[in-house]
Design a protein around this ligand. Structure first.
Ligand code: NI
Length: 178
């Protein structure tokens, strides 16, 4: 399929609530999955949601072995998650720095639930049911927010903790690490 353009903050398509997938056999679903894979690989990102490539479906892709953008992040299983539901397993939250391919060049300190259960389906309709914490939980919450029209700056509580990646993290020399 294809590497797609990633929509950037300000595009109203990033503010929609994504439509649930109802047909796991559909060509649109399987084309979207391939485009998400191709696009995320091309930009070496941690995750990508269908609305970011202009597709109005509740599908996200996340995961990596290691990643230059977040050099201290532990591995996260590479996962396509369809129609996800997130359930916090406690009220505990933790803050860490996030970036977003739709908000290039910036990082912000974002509170997220520390431990979650997430459920949904893989692209073949098989159930996914996992417990996650730490960076894994953060990535899932970030990507699933894209399905309800939320970008991470709208989750921040202190906008003084929003800045340019090159200023905040000059050691991230990978030019794509924005
Ligand atoms: Ni994002």
């Amino acid at each position: 399929m294809a590497v797609r353009d990633i929509l950037q903050m300000g595009d109203p398509r990033l503010l929609r609530v994504a439509a649930a997938v109802t047909d796991f056999q559909s060509r649109q679903l399987h084309d979207t999955v391939q485009d998400l894979k191709d696009t995320l690989q091309a930009v070496r990102g941690a995750g990508l949601a269908a609305p970011q490539i202009g597709v109005d479906l509740a599908v996200v892709l996340f995961g990596f072995e290691s990643i230059a953008r977040y050099p201290t992040a532990p591995a996260v299983p590479v996962t396509i998650l369809v129609n996800p539901v997130i359930q916090p397993l406690s009220n505990e939250q933790f803050e860490d720095w996030e970036g977003c391919l739709s908000v290039p060049g910036l990082r912000g300190l974002v509170p997220r639930y520390a431990r979650i259960r997430y459920t949904g389906f893989d692209p073949n309709g098989e159930v996914i049911d996992r417990v996650a914490d730490g960076f894994h939980a953060r990535v899932v919450q970030h990507e699933c927010d894209h399905l309800i029209g939320r970008l991470y700056p709208t989750r921040m509580v202190d906008l003084t903790k929003l800045g340019y990646t090159r200023v905040l993290f000059p050691e991230l020399t990978d030019p794509s690490a924005d």
